[in-house]
Write a protein that binds this ligand. Structure first.
Ligand code: SF4
Length: 240
């Protein structure tokens, strides 16, 4: 079966450990108001077979070192779980590990469980700490993300949680406490990363003729983000 790919990025030092080759798969089931990749939403892009994709990734293997590999991102990569599953034996043969970068907004089908189990690490978005906020700002649900987190805990999968911080929405320590309450019990979380809202994707909304709900917002200040990250790290340390 073919995969539908939005784009590739070679050797990014983000989206997982080590030097990574990122594959951005097309299609997303939700619509985050702060999304900087609205061009990945539709299931449109370049078609590729698992063999072609793994061959392409294999060209970069020499740079991966001990911790690198491929990161499947999106959009929401798990919308194409069957395709990624078809890549896994080929990646295993080539000794290339993969990381999944997911919104958690998918059903835990057998294919999805297989992919979570076999991933090197999972990067999971925890977008908001309540179902109401999820609905308002993403059209998705907190319950789905928590179900995935429960599964990751059950299989003991190292998980990096990520939250985008936006001014006036989720940037108070009181509001961050709500996130921390939700994740207190989970020992699979090896890191909780706050990411700053940025405006680099604004031009894509204009280009696509899509209304940008956050067009008036500015990029989140780095210094403030550092403060909030410190707050979260200290709280996690204290509770752990
Ligand atoms: S899950 Fe990711 S790609 Fe989908 S709308 Fe949200 S931020 Fe954009």
């Amino acid at each position: 079966m073919d995969g539908i790919i939005h784009s590739f990025e070679s050797l990014a030092a983000v989206d997982g450990e080590g030097l990574r080759y990122s594959v951005f798969l097309a299609g997303c089931p939700i619509r985050c108001a702060y999304c900087h990749n609205p061009d990945t939403w539709e299931m449109m892009g370049k078609k590729i077979t698992p063999e072609e994709l793994v061959k392409k990734i294999g060209r970069y293997k020499v740079y991966f070192g001990n911790n690198g590999g491929v990161t499947f991102s999106g959009g929401e990569p798990l919308l194409q779980a069957q395709f990624i599953k078809a890549c896994v034996p080929l990646l295993n043969d080539a000794k290339i590990p993969y990381v999944l970068d997911t919104s958690g907004q998918v059903e835990l089908t057998e294919d999805v469980q297989f992919l979570l189990k076999n991933a090197q690490d999972v990067l999971l978005d925890l977008k908001f700490p309540t179902n109401d906020a999820y609905r308002t700002y993403t059209g998705g649900s907190l319950n789905k993300t928590l179900s995935m987190l429960v599964y990751l805990e059950k299989i003991g999968k190292p998980t990096v949680l990520r939250t985008v911080i936006m001014q006036g929405i989720n940037d108070s320590t009181d509001y961050l406490d709500l996130y921390l309450e939700k994740i207190r019990e989970f020992t699979c979380i090896k890191k909780y990363e706050l990411l700053p809202f940025h405006t680099m994707g604004f031009f894509k909304y204009e280009k696509l003729g899509i209304k940008n709900p956050f067009a008036e917002k500015t990029a989140f200040a780095k210094e403030k983000l550092t403060e909030l990250q410190l707050y979260v790290n200290n709280k996690i340390k204290k509770e752990g």
